[in-house]
Design a binder for this molecule. Sequence first.
Ligand code: NAD
Length: 254
Amino acid sequence: MTKPHIIYITGGAQGIGLGIAHTLLTDGYRVAITDIDKEALSAAAERLPRRENLLTLMADVSDEAQVAASLEKTVSHFGQLNGIVHNASIADPFHGPVEQLSLATWQAYLNTNLTGAFLCAKHGAAYLRPHGGSMVLMASSRAIQSEPDTEAYAASKGGIVALPHALAVSLGPDIRVNAVSPGWIEVGDWQKPSRQQPVEHRDIDREQHPAGRVGTPEDIAALTRFLLSKESGFITGQNFVADGGMTRKMIYAE
Ligand code: NAD
């Protein structure tokens, strides 16, 4: 790269977002990460390489004014914007019967996971347009398969699979928009210190995946980097499932 690309990542202080930031910074990109967790943002700044190319911002992706302001700060700081990764989501899927799912909880999932993507597109498009920008929206394999009692999360991710084709048609050819649907990604090592958990996988966990293992943030970062780059210039409006083949494997109860 002659001039480092500038990428804005929501929910970049932990997990997959932190993994994407790590990969991009290592490759010479300049990266702004936003998050609502101050402690995690500080820990991320300690952990990430090439800190001179990193900007950390407190911003709630479900809040329109905070999204607009953090995008503006990113452009003021780095001079331009080439890509947006909307990765933030509410961490723990609500596991309870739909009869007990409150409207407020339902709306909280939609607001962060789906409306956040809309706000990034609405306020980021003008910055991305002059540079042939790219957006990557983090969906989930749960957009296409479910456990019981995960309606709000699944619905929010279903929206994230639909939004890229709408945005790609509206914003093309200047801006490309794609979704990534991770399967089971082990993020235990990529949390702030107080949230880190020992990572242990059983044989049955590995065997559930035709690829023979659970995924890593680096797996998702590699795909995201490709979709942000000019190498993927003929790809837009798509959803890419990165799940080690888990959703392709038939599983029968023994
Ligand atoms: P994570 O909980 O490790 O990290 C999410 C980060 O987003 C956290 O730092 C959190 O503070 C931040 N965040 C939460 N709400 C926010 C808000 N309103 N504004 C800004 N930041 C906010 O999660 P993860 O497992 O790394 O997941 C990242 C993305 O990947 C999510 O969109 C998730 O749905 C998706 N995903 C993850 C998996 C997996 O197995 N880990 C599987 C499928 C999809």
